[in-house]
Design a protein around this ligand. Structure first.
Ligand code: ADP
Ligand code: MG
Length: 449
């Protein structure tokens, strides 16, 4: 089959955008482009050799996963790398660990990320207890008194990494163990899918027959009664059979709002542990390990500087290293303290010294489009309200750190796919509609004034 490469790749891009963080997306994907179709080849133009290598080493699994989902697995991906004199070199990236989609193990360990193992997990005071509990469970799944094990902590602190590490560990010890890793969102959509497809029996069969069930981000169950009750029954059935359950959440079980009492009390049956943001020592240790892993030589001075200035969570630390690497490779300089200072001030202090929020955006958009500010957030769909709202969503994505879900909630409880749709519409329009581009430029200027 010949693809319309450009369209297919654009579709993939909008998915990647919602999967990885904004900075990684901007650094590695923003400038990629699907180019003319050639048989079964999906040819993607990338900026340079370095980008091609990085994508191959760090993002190939996601890329293949998304393409396979839309195209089946008979595609071939080729990177076209500009050589500077108008010619290209071509590289066919290979994913060594890639497994073919197998419906029998459909929701099994397919979602375990190979990177998230105990080996790559750095332990410090901030996560020592959670790590020890996870390891205890991994060594004797279902046999310890830690079922369920409930791990909570702020975003980017390693919860997903840790429960996936348990999954890998158990699979390694016992390849026949049935381990399912699932986010609560995916669990929910699979359940709804099974209702629509009249396959709830199958859904139940899959989930009631696992040895280890890893459910990530259960705070998402909050307020969703029918899914809670479905989960409650699965939970009980597994618990009775002595199977292992591990749950994670952004917040402690008792502060998840809208959770049924009976489910809450189940969550507290086993062991509840938290992960704190890493302390300075922990941040240094994490940076050291990641730099070593990525093969970047960084002086202690640089490491300490990052550790002192990037304090929020581990994901931010990783993002900073990626940016440093990108900056150094693009500008061709060594990573010293002045480069680190430049990168960090540019991305954190510099750009967010004046923090722009969704309401600032709505205010400026409504005045530029001459619509009522409040109406941007309600459900009416009349033109030109719809366009103004799409612009506001687009700018929220560009200028704030809010997730698609949060943005959707802000704009009258729309779901994240509506937000993606809005963003794509505006991106498209911007290519040809100069009047709209001017409007948006004015709004941006007003916002940063
Ligand atoms: P959460 O699920 O709590 O939001 P993640 O597990 O997704 O956080 O972690 C965010 C990123 O930080 C991941 O890339 C993960 O590998 C990394 N990370 C988090 N904690 C650690 C740690 N203790 N050691 C090594 N990497 C970590
Ligand atoms: Mg997570």
């Amino acid at each position: 089959m010949a693809y319309n490469n450009k369209e297919l790749w654009d579709q993939c891009l909008s998915e990647f955008r919602s999967i990885i963080n904004r900075q990684s997306f901007a650094t590695w994907f923003e400038e990629t482009e699907g180019v003319a179709a050639e048989g079964e080849n999906l040819v993607v133009k990338v900026r340079d050799q370095f980008t091609a290598d990085w994508l191959e080493q760090h993002h190939l699994e996601m890329i293949f996963d998304v393409i396979t989902r839309t195209q089946g697995d008979s595609f071939r991906l080729t990177f076209a790398i500009p050589q500077g004199n108008g010619t290209y070199s071509y590289a066919v990236p290979e994913l060594r660990k890639y497994k073919r989609y197998d419906p029998d193990t459909a929701s099994e360990d397919r979602h375990l990320n190979a990177k998230y193992t105990f080996d790559s997990f750095v332990v410090g005071d901030f996560n020592r207890f959670a790590h020890a509990a996870a390891l205890a469970v991994a060594e004797a799944p279902g046999k310890s008194k830690y079922s369920p094990l409930f791990i909570y902590g702020g975003t980017g602190l390693g919860k997903t990494h840790l429960i996936q590490a348990v999954g890998h560990f158990i699979k390694e010890e016992n390849p026949r163990a049935k381990v399912i890793y699932v986010t609560s969102e995916r669990f929910t959509s699979e359940f709804i899918g099974s209702l629509i497809g009249k396959s709830t029996a199958e859904f139940n069969r899959v989930y009631r027959n696992v040895d280890v069930l890893l459910v990530d981000d259960v705070h998402f169950f909050s307020g969703k009664e029918s899914i809670q009750s479905e989960f409650f029954h699965i939970f009980n059935s597994l618990h009775q059979k002595g199977k292992q359950i591990i749950l994670t959440s952004d917040v402690a079980p008792s502060t998840i709002t809208g959770l049924e009492e009976r489910l809450l009390s189940r969550f507290k049956w086993g062991l509840v542990v938290d992960i704190q943001p890493p302390d300075l020592e922990g941040r240094m240790a994490i940076l050291r390990r990641k730099a070593e892993f990525d093969g970047i030589a960084l002086s202690d001075e640089v490491l300490a500087f990052i550790a002192e200035n990037v304090v929020s969570n581990v994901r931010e630390l990783e993002g900073t290293l990626i940016r440093l690497l990108a900056f150094a490779s693009i500008s061709g300089c060594d990573i010293d303290i002045s480069v680190a200072r430049e990168v960090i001030s540019h991305y954190s202090n510099g750009s967010s010294s004046k923090k722009i929020g969704p309401s600032d955006i709505c205010r400026e958009v409504s005045s530029e489009f001459g619509v009522q500010e409040r109406s941007l957030q309600n459900a009416r769909r009349t033109q030109p309200l719809a366009l103004a709202r799409q612009v506001a969503m687009y700018l929220c994505r560009e200028l704030t750190d809010n997730s698609l879900k949060t943005i959707g909630l802000f704009f009258g409880g729309r779901d994240h796919s509506t937000v993606i749709h809005a963003i794509n519409i505006i991106r498209d329009k911007l290519k040809s509609d100069s009047e709209l581009a001017d409007k948006i430029a004015r709004i941006r200027a007003d916002l940063s004034a």
